[in-house]
Every structure is written in structure tokens, then in C-alpha cells.
Design a protein around this ligand. Structure first.
Ligand SMILES: [Zn+2]
Length: 337
């Protein structure tokens, strides 16, 4: 009798143990579902986000595009899809939406890339969750560059640049004037002292002309005019820079008809207004392909042709719209979302 009682108690305990074991297994499965399924999904969403970021940046680098430029719009879409494919994100497995956003002056100024996935889960179905909807998007925008490095100590006046844009006469413009030039204002030849401190002479000027100024310059910043004609240093630095082009060797290197955007012949020039004979204010930046440095001695005139739609590493403005008065065809690109 006594023995029988003990036997029943042991059996009861065994029952309780199996209930606890069953609950433990369910509990472990739930934890596993969260850790494995949701962990994997988290890694995938991070990958989706990085892919959306890089695809929108690549696609936006083809902007600006006019609202009625069908081929241009197609190219932007294609570029985004290409970048996604490089990251193994294809329309087979994901729902992809590329959208161009229209800004001012009927120009598309940003691209949104949206990636959605109805993600199948592997362990979570035991707790009744079979799928997880994940969605990631990124928007990259271009805007006129208002803060930028690698500028050369040459310049073009806003007046001349506006005229060039309005008339379409954008080739062979003077970026540094000569002594006998009728456009010389206040005895200034267009050379600028980019570090903001008057002085430093021809060696700094040569260095900036040959390799670009290492600091960042901003729209609205005032700079001293580099006094004098700087004839010999201009010629020497120009030649070094011009000759370092290694592209299109059989047709004279980069020209306005064929060029590589990163070529040393493509220079970033401040668009300026003279305050007086000693000082200018920066109104914007534009890119030129340098062509010639003529007349040593009293002249040494640098000419170049305007290159539009260049994307640079720089700070963009949210206020300056595309096609606006500060848009000189040089753009910074930013992820805004
Ligand atoms: Zn080149």
C-alpha cells in the first residue's frame, strides 16, 4: 500500500516534468524563431538599406534630367536597377520601385529607390508567423554645390557666366585675363588668393593651380584678389596640369568634345563678383575644361570651355534650386532620406 502511494507520486512527478519539458521546447523555439528568423531578416534589411542607398546615389548622379527627357529618365531608372542587381537585389525576389522626383524648373532633382520583400520565415511558422514584410528606401538628391574643395585660383565673373549660359556661348572663355585684355577690371586679372590671406605669392598660387586648393571654399565667402599678372607661374602650373591628362592619347587628350570628368584638365572655378579691386565674393562654382594658356610675359591668358552636369564631392544647398540663379552646372549629391 505504502509502495503503491510512492509509485503514484513518482508517476505524477514524471507527468509534470514532461509538461515542463514541452513548455521549455516551445519557449526555446520561440526564442530561436526570434533570434534566427528575425536576426536574419534584420541582416537582410541592413543589406537592403545599403543597396537602396548606393542605387539612389548612382542614379542621382545622372541628374538633372528634364521632365520631358524620356531617354534621360530611362537611363536613371536603368542605373538604379543595375546597382541593385550588383547587390543581388533583382525584381525576381523583391518588389522594386524607382521614382524620380520633380523639382523646380521642370527638372528632376532626386531619386527614391524603394525595395520591398515578403520575406519567408523558417522557424517562426511554429508560432504561427510565416512571413515578414520588410521595406527599405533611400532618396538621393542633387543641388548646386555651395561648399567645395580642389578649387583652382582662377575665376569667371557671374555677369559673364550668366551671359554665357543665356546665349549658349560657353566655349573658350577666359579664366585668367592678360594685361592687354579689355575685360580687366580694376587691374585684377582673375587670379584669386584662395587661403583668404593676402600674400603667399606665386608659389602657393602655382601649387593651387597645378593641384587644386586643399581647403573648402563656400558660396558667400570673400577672398582677396591675387595681385599682378602671375605670368610665369601661371604658364608653368598650367602646363604641368594640362600635360598630366592621360586620356584619349591619339586625339590630343581631353577636350570639350571628349573628356573624363576626373581628368586634371577639368577644373573647378569660382564664379565671382568683384567687391572692389582687392576683394571678390564667391557666387557659385562651375567646371571648365582648360584648353590653352596663351602669351607669356604680359599676357598669359587661360581659356577653357564650360562643362555642365558635373557631380562633385561637396556640400549642396537645400535652398538653391536646380536651374536657379546659383546653378552653374556643378552639383553636390546627398542622401536626404
Ligand atoms: Zn584627360
Amino acid at each position: 500500500m505504502k509502495n503503491n502511494k510512492w509509485f503514484k507520486l513518482i508517476r505524477k512527478r514524471r507527468g509534470a516534468v514532461s509538461v515542463i519539458a514541452a513548455f521549455s521546447i516551445i519557449f526555446i523555439l520561440i526564442i530561436a524563431a526570434f533570434v534566427i528568423d528575425f536576426g536574419l531578416s534584420y541582416l537582410k534589411t541592413a543589406h537592403m538599406q545599403n543597396s537602396a542607398d548606393s542605387a539612389s546615389l548612382a542614379a542621382a548622379s545622372l541628374l538633372p534630367v528634364s521632365y520631358n527627357d524620356t531617354y534621360g529618365i530611362q537611363d536613371v531608372n536603368q542605373k538604379a536597377l543595375e546597382y541593385l542587381e550588383k547587390n543581388d537585389i533583382t525584381e525576381e525576389d523583391y518588389t522594386i520601385n524607382v521614382q524620380l522626383n520633380l523639382g523646380a524648373n521642370n527638372l528632376y532633382s532626386s531619386v527614391t529607390v524603394d525595395i520591398d520583400k515578403h520575406e519567408r520565415l523558417y522557424i517562426a511558422p511554429v508560432i504561427g508567423v510565416t512571413h515578414l514584410d520588410v521595406s527599405r528606401e533611400a532618396t538621393a538628391q542633387i543641388s548646386p554645390a555651395i561648399g567645395i574643395g580642389n578649387v583652382v585660383p582662377l575665376s569667371i565673373t557671374k555677369e559673364l557666366m550668366d551671359y554665357a549660359k543665356a546665349t549658349g556661348q560657353t566655349q573658350h572663355l577666359e579664366l585668367k585675363l592678360g594685361a592687354s585684355d579689355i575685360d580687366v577690371l580694376f587691374g585684377a586679372f582673375g587670379a584669386l588668393d584662395l587661403d583668404g590671406t593676402a600674400g603667399g605669392g606665386s608659389s602657393l598660387y602655382s601649387e593651387w593651380l597645378e593641384n587644386g586648393f586643399q581647403g573648402i571654399l563656400y558660396v558667400g565667402q570673400q577672398l582677396p584678389v591675387e595681385p599682378g599678372n602671375m605670368s610665369n607661374p601661371t604658364m608653368a602650373a598650367f602646363t604641368e596640369r594640362y600635360d598630366s591628362c592621360t586620356h584619349f592619347p591619339s586625339s590630343g587628350g581631353c577636350t570639350i568634345d571628349h573628356y573624363v570628368e576626373t581628368c586634371p584638365r577639368v577644373v573647378i572655378v569660382p564664379v565671382i563678383t568683384y567687391i572692389d579691386s582687392h576683394e571678390i565674393v564667391i557666387e557659385g562654382f562651375c567646371a571648365f575644361i582648360i584648353e590653352d594658356c596663351a602669351g607669356q610675359g604680359v599676357n598669359s591668358i587661360i581659356t577653357g570651355s564650360f562643362v555642365r552636369d558635373i557631380i562633385v564631392n561637396g556640400q549642396g544647398s537645400i535652398d538653391d534650386v536646380l536651374g536657379g540663379s546659383n546653378d552653374f552646372g556643378l552639383y553636390a549629391i546627398t542622401l536626404i532620406d
